[in-house]
Ligand binder design. Structure first.
Ligand code: FAD
Length: 431
């Protein structure tokens, strides 16, 4: 008899809640990861995120081999893989960490009912957030849809919850199942080739976190943690990241981690907002959606240097500074009147730190249609944004070397007329 721990977006052996619970339950644990064609099918064959997942699984496999165990990495839909596993092993229980995205919830529901038919329990745990689902809610149990009261309640609940829990799963590696080695598929065997892009290491040094307030808004400076992909794939636990923020007593950094949870819980409570405006009237906006405008924006050829620098940084590195993400998103929705869903999809394809809840939440914020969104009539001015956040053009020159030369394209729209067009279009939809 065995139990299974199913890894998804928690690719680490240390401080892993569900994994610790599986290893404490008494049966040898099979560590399982599934490359799911539903998820992989849409991605470009050189997707760097798949390479990152593969590399992390290999690293976990290397550590497990020291205790005579191995990762089981399988390909197929989760239903197919679990059917196979149930046929091959006497499975007593399946453990996993909860995932709040719409597709994941549906998938987990299917697996749970498959297992139920065989009388096998499916145990799920909170791991990727500090607080989940209904834990931070208003007096009557309704979810918060405005950040500041959510954040205040989050901190109040946190203060009464005692110290941050730790789940030292790495101390129990001998509890894994020995044998059953399947052979570890290469990246090519799952249909991908290595990408020139790499996920950078995160920086949680005391200096970075202490200076965060001062440096985080300057795109030319490496002033942010680069935690994004690591939180996305669980190569660091949120508990460890939060501890660092608390040790450095940096409230601003702490608040950013709470923004992440805020958007995760919004998507959990309102899964339809992945596709629809949170504020319904915003789905009446008559977007212009001109393909040729979208191409110029994607390629960083708008003639607005900070917008172009951001898009080129994204295209070349899979990352864009937050300040510039806000500007490029606003520019697409408001100056070009292109549906936020187009921009959201483009970021989803390119960002190494792509996270559905944060991406949708921030795009809807930029479009004005989301929870706690900026009022629609506040329209970023791409010129003054550059003067304020990149006054010496360091960031702009890094990504747009031809800036200021005749090779640099002219402005694709004039700011004031684009602004007025936006206001009229939004007003017509919102009444
Ligand atoms: P840091 O500034 O060091 O922040 C630490 C962590 O806090 C981040 O890794 C992230 O987990 C969280 N965080 C910070 N800002 C936000 C925020 N505004 N919303 C939610 N969480 C936040 N973030 C993503 O993780 N995935 C996305 O797909 C994503 N898409 C975005 C799209 C747009 C249009 C905008 C304006 C922002 C988006 N963000 C997204 C939020 C933010 O830009 C990134 O989290 C941040 O730039 C990542 O860099 P970092 O890890 O160095 O962040």
């Amino acid at each position: 008899p065995v139990s299974i721990f199913w890894f998804r977006r928690d690719l680490r052996l240390e401080d892993n809640h569900g994994l610790l619970r599986a290893l404490s339950a008494g049966f040898p644990v099979i560590p399982l990861f599934i490359f799911d064609p539903e998820i992989l099918g849409e991605l470009p064959r050189t997707d760097a995120r798949v390479g990152f997942i593969h590399q992390q699984l290999q690293e976990m496999d290397r550590v497990l081999k020291q205790s005579g165990c191995a990762m089981q990495v399988r390909q197929g839909t989760p239903l197919e893989v679990f059917r196979d596993m149930l046929a091959e092993y006497e499975v007593k229980a399946v453990f996993t960490n909860r995932d709040y995205e719409p597709y994941a919830r549906e998938r987990d529901g299917e697996i749970e009912s498959l297992l139920r038919h065989s009388g096998i329990p499916f145990h799920t745990f909170k791991d990727q957030v500090i607080f989940e689902m209904g834990e931070i809610s208003k007096e009557k149990g309704d979810p918060y849809v405005v950040y500041t009261p959510y954040m205040k309640k989050w901190k109040a609940v946190f203060r009464t919850a005692g110290p941050i829990q730790a789940f030292p799963s790495e101390d129990r590696l001998s509890g894994f199942f020995k044998g059953g080695e399947q052979g570890f598929p290469s990246l090519q065997e799952i249909g991908f080739t290595p990408s020139p892009l790499k996920v950078p290491a995160y920086n949680l040094s005391g200096t970075l976190v202490e200076n965060y307030e001062r440096t985080r808004n300057i795109p030319a400076v490496e002033g942010t943690s680069r935690l994004g992909p690591h939180l996305r794939f669980g190569t660091i636990s949120i508990r460890k990241a939060l501890k660092k923020a608390l040790e450095a007593k940096n409230e601003t950094f702490w608040n950013e981690l709470i923004w992440r949870e805020f958007f995760m819980q919004i998507l959990w409570h309102f899964p339809h907002t992945a596709r629809e405006a949170f504020k319904k009237p915003y789905d009446r906006i008559a977007w212009r959606n001109r393909e040729e405008d979208f191409e110029l924006w994607k390629n960083g050829q708008t003639g607005y240097a900070l917008v172009d620098a951001g898009m080129r940084q994204l295209n070349q590195t899979g990352y864009m500074h937050n300040r510039v993400r806000m500007l490029t998103a606003s520019f697409l929705c408001k100056h070009l009147l292109i549906d936020w869903r187009w921009g959201e999809a483009y970021f989803a394809e390119k960002l190494l730190d792509y996270e559905m809840s944060s991406n949708v939440g921030n795009w809807q914020w930029a479009a004005g249609s989301g929870v706690d969104a900026a009022p629609y009539f506040r329209i970023f001015n791409p010129i003054t944004q550059a003067e304020k956040f990149d006054p010496r053009h360091q960031y702009i020159r890094q990504w747009v070397p031809e800036y200021g030369s005749p090779d640099y394209p002219p402005k694709m729209v004039e700011h004031t007329s684009a602004r007025n067009r936006c206001l009229e279009t939004y007003k017509a939809a919102l009444g």
